[in-house]
Ligand binder design. Structure first.
Ligand SMILES: [Zn+2]
Length: 62
């Protein structure tokens, strides 16, 4: 029984604080359970990143 996965399923991801990096002044990391990319939207408040640059991001691999 993986409680972390259940938390992710309801949107309560937990960032892996050991692997947080800083990108252009913003702290970014990944969920320790599902590896979803996350960003610190305000101090100690993390949210899953939204793709803002559609066409320049993952789609570049197509
Ligand atoms: Zn997660």
């Amino acid at each position: 029984m993986n409680m972390g996965r259940i938390a992710c399923a309801i949107g309560r991801h937990s960032v892996d604080s050991a692997n947080v990096t800083r990108v252009s002044g913003q702290r970014v990391g990944r969920c320790r359970n599902c590896k979803a990319p996350m960003e610190e939207v305000e101090p100690h408040s993390w949210a899953v990143q939204k793709v803002r640059d559609a066409g320049l991001g993952p789609r570049a691999f197509l």
